[in-house]
Design a protein around this ligand. Structure first.
Ligand code: PMP
Length: 400
């Protein structure tokens, strides 16, 4: 009965790892997926995460009962505090509802379904380009996807004029997806002044902000600095949605820990919104997993562990930034044609190199370097040892 089922294509990002795994070359390098690696090219579990896990294991009073539909209460409270700020008036006024979801992806999906059911405008504007999963998530949530200009290949920077024009001509009430920081795949973020202008335009047109916060702490190394865009929108008293992920900033990728917050006009609305979120979640995954959220809550509620986390997080962010400088210097030393300063200007885990799909294919074939065909490389997958190999490959690709 399934004989007619066609072979589906590999995911454009995860498919890179599939191809990498098949390559027997000893010099192969995977810069496709956005996962942090050490200087030795190894995945890491943060020390503070190990410590939290130990505490959880030793606590014999802990059981494996189901969590409530909305997840772990402590985790939700602490997650809201982390993104909106410890002194956020919106939290104090009880007009934020936060529900634990399956990492960033699941939080976006639950938010999309909620909007599809309860919001009057079904169009969501997403940046061009954006993380490849975004359009699929929102379509499945019942929204229709349109793009706003975001990246300008000519300057390898933000297409700010295009962004303002496209959001300016969006229908009143349309939803707008915003990357809170460290835009994926471009590594290009608006400045704070530009964020202020975006906020003003969106509020004047009644556009609804939906923030995707997958890299808090990873862009600058500071959790507060990376939340400024979100906090600016919350401070004006308006509504917004925020999807949070702990995949990158706590290294909890496979634990699937995240949260969806909806900031409402008042406490009464927030409580009704939460009741409807439960109706979205119950038939989707019933209730979220307990382990990852318990790790996060353990760390966030203990001042010492929280501090330890921020130190480890900053070290990851700093290593990525140092890789940017190393790669930039290596290309400069080789006199590789072109202006490569975007490598050090871009923010977060990725560099949008500007290499085209043919150059990428060449680098994969000849140098065994794997990345997405749009030329995005994960800086977190690089090390001092592999930078020269990458610089050689880039040099060969652009001088071919
Ligand atoms: N949003 C963006 C922009 C991302 O880059 C990612 C991870 N690559 C996610 C959301 C969600 O990731 P996860 O579901 O693993 O939290």
């Amino acid at each position: 009965v399934f004989a007619h089922v066609a072979q589906a294509p590999e995911d454009s990002i995860l498919g890179v790892t599939v191809a990498y795994n098949k390559d027997p070359s000893p010099i192969k390098l995977n810069l496709g997926v956005g996962a942090y690696r050490t200087e030795e090219g190894k995945p890491v579990v943060l020390n503070v995460v190990r410590k939290a896990e130990q505490l959880l294991v030793n606590d014999r009073s802990r059981v494996k009962e189901y969590l409530p539909i909305v997840g772990l209460a402590d985790f939700n409270k602490l997650s809201a505090k982390l993104i909106f700020g410890a002194d956020s008036p919106a939290i104090q006024e009880n007009r934020v509802t936060t529900v634990q979801c399956l990492s960033g992806t699941g939080s976006l999906r639950v938010g999309a379904e909620f909007l599809g059911r309860h919001y009057h405008e079904r169009t969501i504007y997403i940046p061009q380009p954006t993380w490849g999963n975004h359009p699929k998530i929102f379509n499945l949530g019942g929204l229709s996807v349109k793009y706003y200009r975001y990246y300008d290949p000519a300057t390898r920077g933000l297409h700010f004029q295009g962004l303002l024009e496209d959001l300016g001509s969006a229908p009143t009430g349309a939803i707008v997806l915003l990357h809170a920081c460290a835009h994926n795949p471009t590594g290009v973020d608006p400045t704070l002044e530009q964020w202020a202008q975006i906020r003003q335009l969106m509020r004047s047109k009644g556009l609804l902000p939906f923030f995707d916060s997958a890299y808090q702490g990873f862009a600058s190394g500071s959790l507060d600095a990376d939340a400024q865009s979100v906090r600016m929108f919350v401070a004006d008293g308006g509504e917004c949605l925020v999807a949070q992920s702990y995949a990158k900033n706590m290294g909890l990728y496979g634990e699937r820990v995240g949260a969806l917050s909806i900031v409402c006009k008042n406490a009464d609305v927030a409580s009704r919104v939460e009741s409807q979120l439960k109706l979205v979640i119950r038939p989707m995954f019933s209730n979220p997993p307990i382990h990852g959220a318990s790790i996060v809550a353990t760390i966030l509620k203990d001042m010492n562990m929280y501090d330890e986390w921020t130190v480890e997080l900053k070290a990851m962010a700093d290593r990525i930034i140092s890789m940017r400088h190393k790669l930039f210097e290596a290309l400069r030393a080789k006199d590789t044609p072109g202006d490569w300063s975007h490598i050090i200007k871009q923010i977060g885990m990725f560099t949008f190199t500007g290499l085209n799909s043919e150059q990428v294919a060449f680098m994969t074939k000849e140098y065994h370097i794997y990345m997405t065909s749009d030329g995005r490389i994960s800086m977190a997958g690089l090390s001092s040892k592999t930078v020269p190999h990458l610089a050689d490959a880039i040099h060969a690709a652009v001088t071919r």
